[in-house]
Ligand binder design. Structure first.
Ligand code: SAM
Length: 257
């Protein structure tokens, strides 16, 4: 693990204590109070109908995992380098008796067998923490069985540009769509270095890893809004704030690493 990634991990270990402080609230969400977004359920419907084995890259609080099980997944393995996050998610899964288990480990380099997953699920604040997007995409392709799917629902790469002004959307003067990285200044990743992958770089990495693109959609609605009621004009429908990508590994593909 390089020094910047190590520094980010320290930030995430601290930020993930929130998952322990808010244990009961997250437990209720995991028990059935929170679901995947309707569009996620639509796009993933055919995959989830087959009772897939899911590997969730950067599973965080893990609330999405019981939701994946309720929607049809046979089992979910969550991978997150935060020991605090993985531990809290495991405790919740055990308590509600859902077939989800968690491993504290770095992405990429996920410690699961080649071609073990029918679905790699990730997003909601995940891709920006990947320092090497090609290595990430290769790891996804390695983990997927032939015919398996990758699903990502994440912040649109233009999001770091938007101010949170309420009157009208503005572009932050300190940001560029084409910058390599910047230091995050919002909770929970405050102080960590996030990497910026343009939509073109991201889709190209997925394609270079040998996956076939099925769906790429952009949305005006952010995948997350602050709980304190903060609202920004940039979220009012004129600008992209999230995207979904569905891709698959050809049924005849051999494992590549
Ligand atoms: C914003 S959270 C999103 C996670 C999840 N989608 C959720 O909603 O909780 C980002 C997560 O990525 C994890 N993370 C960041 N970089 C990572 C890496 N290189 N390897 C493994 N986990 C990482 C953090 O520990 C954190 O739990």
């Amino acid at each position: 693990m390089d020094e910047v990634v190590r520094g980010n991990r320290v930030v995430w270990e601290q930020a993930s204590t929130k998952h322990v402080r808010e244990y009961d609230e997250l437990l209720e969400q995991a028990r059935g109070g929170a679901d995947l977004f309707p569009r996620e359920l639509e796009l993933l419907g055919p995959v989830l109908a087959g009772g897939p084995t899911v590997v969730h890259f950067q599973s965080g609080h893990g609330v999405d995992d019981p939701a994946l099980v309720r929607a049809g997944a046979r089992v979910v393995v969550g991978i997150d380098y935060s020991v605090v996050a993985a531990g809290a998610a495991q405790r919740r899964a055990t308590e509600i008796g859902t077939p989800c288990r968690y491993v504290a480990a770095e992405v990429p380099g996920v410690p699961v067998r080649d071609e073990c997953a029918d679905l790699v699920y990730t997003g909601k604040g995940a891709v920006i923490w990947m320092r090497d997007i090609d290595a990430w995409a290769r790891d996804v392709a390695r983990v997927l069985r032939p015919g398996g799917s990758l699903f990502v629902y994440d912040a649109h790469p233009a999001v770091p540009l938007w101010t949170w002004d309420e009157d009208e959307p503005r572009i932050r003067p300190d940001r560029s769509y084409f910058a390599e990285s910047h230091v995050n200044d919002t909770f929970p990743g405050d102080g960590a270095r996030e990497w910026q992958w343009t939509l073109g770089q991201f889709v190209t990495a997925v394609s270079r890893a040998g996956l076939q693109l099925d769906v790429l959609e952009e949305y005006a609605e952010p995948f997350w809004r602050p709980g304190d009621g903060t609202t920004a004009a940039a979220w009012s429908g004129r600008l992209p704030n999230a995207y979904a990508l569905l891709a698959h590994k050809n049924a005849s593909s051999a494992a590549s690493s």
